[in-house]
Design a protein around this ligand. Structure first.
Ligand code: NDP
Length: 683
């Protein structure tokens, strides 16, 4: 039997077996934890002394590239993980969520890093804004790497995704990580870690793995460090008050128990497609991962008049679920992760049954298929009915972490929402309705208690990612009982691992710190047009003040003719007189076009493409006879390490454009986004 190994300070630790871990399917020993104690002082010293410098040698863009490479590597080697995953009781479909969902999350964060983060290791959370009247003093916000270590403690149910979804944003933010999987399924996380180390993609010190206890790790953390946790509310409550974490204000992010609900809205009748969608979603959430999902539907809230119909349809669906050895192709639901979990779920169902009836459960012919499964941690899909849910506290408080859900009748949508809120804070809730007015009324009320909400109807159903799937781009985490934490949510998650500081100073200083031009900062003007400089040659603040152009009526007429825009403000003297401007004015898009004509350097050069505008505002009207002028300033450069088809390197350059009139007043303001070629490589 294999002894699992921790990966600490660049080496594998663990020769001597300690606790043996059993297959959820047949009860046979799969692996054991190791007996050797981990020196957490050494682990932290390695993360700080080796990991942080190695991560800081890279920037956001380069770390995003590493994530992308790792995602590819894991996808290419996924079968090694599927082979181990079956021991956790997971079917291939369950394993897909964990394994490919994990690699997919890395990949999603690689794209988020590439597309939304700058080069370098500082995020400017702009725009900067003036704090004085003369323009010499401004303020903004910056985000920088915390210079600490992220400790990620995970639950047993997602041994791969659990680590990767926490690792990806923290790695991107430049934090070395120490991952601690739940012991019961740590053999799968260890297999993942072996692949990661073997890939050689991550800089040394950026990820360490703890098999077994975290010992005195939390007591040794320091102010810049972070702890994230997924697991039971009891453990979360214990760990978040660790004296050292409290004393040093070390952020503790928790995802804990959650009694998520799905509400069948009062407008849906048994003849509607939505009725079946509701039943399907509840049954699916009960059986995927054998209900061991922090997002699974624990409470199915239905209009009283449809209670029997929902119960009947659910019974029929659950009865069709083939349960057993998850490696068999016909099996739809595998086992719980361990015999301990099996006992725990049975105990919680017994508690729930004190105020509920059994609609479907073990007595309905439960018999797992497969060889040797009698020692497995199987549990029958169990549907309960709480007839008086407002009086049944356990239905809202006791999370049976298995294929267990409770039906609850309601009278009126307000009562349904009151029942939803009895979960005291949930990760996710689903509202199944056809009526936009019900969604508009119910969702804002439910949102106060939920981290994520799915409104399901026939239109969304075909593409719906489902009630239970956290997505990298959407926030995962709920208030109250659900732990009060936030994970994922696109760039938000990266920001959780960065330190935000407000910054005040002159525009010149703000530009120097943020690496972004701030209006009012010193400019650099030269004979060379900025569009004639290669990406490497361009500096923030390189600027061009154009010649001027007087706008005539002919311009307006010509632009109207070309664009077909004969809006009265440009063409109807009388109506324009009666307008707030009191006169005919030029099209805003003409001003933009004319400004481009003023600042462009027409012959071929390093500027390859203009791919858009940001923050466009038409601030003052431009009338017939007004004279406009443009200032073009290099505002921001991002090196995404991209090359075109011919291998020519290129970078992104954002230009600040100010268009002014003859009085020096700003008439239009925007950023233009361009791709600029790097210097051709000389061979
Ligand atoms: P636990 O809270 O027992 O464990 C979660 C993680 O915390 C594990 O890695 C565990 O390690 C670790 N841990 C436990 N005690 C300590 C400690 N004192 N110091 C440091 N780490 C510690 O949850 P389980 O994973 O065992 O799941 C139990 C229940 O939690 C489930 O039945 C379910 O109700 C709930 N749960 C909720 C989830 C959610 O996100 N909502 C997800 C998963 C579970 P070890 O395994 O070594 O004890």
């Amino acid at each position: 039997m294999t002894t699992l190994q921790s990966y600490i300070a660049g080496r594998w630790i663990g020769q001597e077996a300690a606790q043996s871990l059993r297959s959820a399917v047949n009860g046979q020993a799969v692996a054991s934890t190791h007996a050797e104690a981990i020196d957490f002082a050494e682990a932290l010293a390695h993360a700080r002394g080796v990991g942080i410098p190695a991560l800081m040698k890279l920037d956001f863009q380069q770390r995003a590239e590493r994530l992308k490479a790792l995602a590819k590597y894991l996808a290419a080697n996924k079968e090694a993980l599927y082979a181990v995953s079956a021991h956790t009781g997971a079917t291939r479909a369950d394993g897909w969520i964990d394994i490919e969902g994990g690699a997919g999350t890395l990949s999603a964060y690689a794209s988020i890093g590439t597309n939304e983060l700058p080069s370098g290791n500082l995020v400017h959370e702009g725009p900067a804004f003036p704090l004085g009247k003369k323009g010499g003093f401004a303020g903004t916000h910056i985000l920088v790497p915390r210079g600490g270590v992220a400790v990620h403690i995970n639950a047993f149910n997602f041994p791969v995704w659990g680590l990767l979804e926490k690792f990806a944003p923290s790695f991107l933010a430049g934090m070395p990580c120490i991952g601690k999987p739940a012991t019961a399924t740590s053999y799968l996380t260890e297999a993942l870690m072996k692949l990661i180390v073997q890939s050689g993609i991550l800089p040394e010190g950026s990820l360490q793995l703890v098999i077994g206890s975290t010992g005195d790790l939390l007591d040794r953390l320091e102010g810049p460090d972070v702890v994230t946790f997924t697991g039971s509310a009891d453990t979360a409550a214990k760990l978040r008050v660790n004296a050292n974490l409290v004393r040093q204000s070390i952020p503790f992010n928790a995802e804990a128990d959650s009694l998520n609900c799905a509400i069948l809205a009062p407008d849906v009748t048994p003849d509607d497609e939505e009725f079946d969608l509701f039943v399907k979603e509840v049954a699916r959430e009960m059986t995927i991962k054998a209900g061991q999902k922090c997002t699974a539907i624990r409470r199915a809230i239905v209009p009283r008049q449809h209670l029997d119909a929902v119960a009947e349809k659910l019974r029929a669906r659950l009865a069709k679920t083939v349960i057993g050895d998850p490696s068999r192709e016909d099996v739809r639901m595998g086992a719980l992760a361990s015999r301990d979990q099996q006992a725990d779920v049975a105990e919680r169902v017994a508690t729930l049954l004190q105020g509920a009836e059994l609609v479907y459960g073990e007595r309905d012919g439960f018999s797992p298929v497969g060889d040797g499964v009698s020692e497995g941690a199987f549990f029958a899909p169990t549907l309960l009915l709480s007839r008086k849910p407002l009086e049944h506290d356990a239905a809202h408080d006791v999370e049976a972490f298995g294929p267990v859900s409770t039906l609850m009748p309601y009278d009126g949508i307000d009562e349904a929402l009151a029942l939803a809120a009895r979960g005291k804070g949930s990760l996710v809730g689903t509202l199944v309705t056809r009526d936009p007015a019900i969604a508009a009324k119910a969702i804002p009320v439910a949102a106060a208690w939920h981290g994520r909400l799915l409104v399901l109807d026939r239109e969304a159903a075909a593409e719906s990612t489902g009630h239970g799937s956290p997505l990298p781009v959407l926030k995962h985490g709920g208030p109250g009982r659900a732990g009060g934490g936030e994970e994922l949510g696109g760039l938000r998650a990266v920001k959780h691992y960065l330190q935000r500081a407000a910054l005040q100073g002159s525009p010149t200083m703000l530009a120097a710190v943020t690496g972004e031009h701030v209006r009012g900062a010193a400019l650099r003007e030269s004979e060379v047009h900025p569009f004639r400089r290669y990406f490497e040659e361009l500096r923030i603040g390189d600027s061009l003040l154009t010649h001027r152009r007087t706008v005539g009526e002919a311009d307006i007429v010509a632009f109207g003719g070309i664009s077909g825009d004969y809006f009265y403000m440009h063409f109807d003297e009388e109506a324009a007189k009666a307008s707030p401007f009191g006169k005919r004015i030029a099209h805003g898009y003409f001003v933009l076009s004319a400004a481009a004509g003023l600042f462009v350097s027409p012959s071929p050069g390093p500027v390859l493409a203009n791919y858009g505008l940001d923050t466009l505002r038409f601030i003052k009207p431009v009338g017939i006879g007004d004279t406009i002028q443009a200032r073009l300033t290099c505002k921001r450069k991002i090196d995404r390490n991209k090359k075109d088809a011919s291998g020519q390197g290129q970078g992104v350059v954002a230009w600040d454009v100010e268009v002014t009139n003859q009085l020096g007043e700003l008439v239009a303001s925007y950023d233009i986004l361009t791709l600029v070629s790097k210097k051709p490589e000389t061979t």
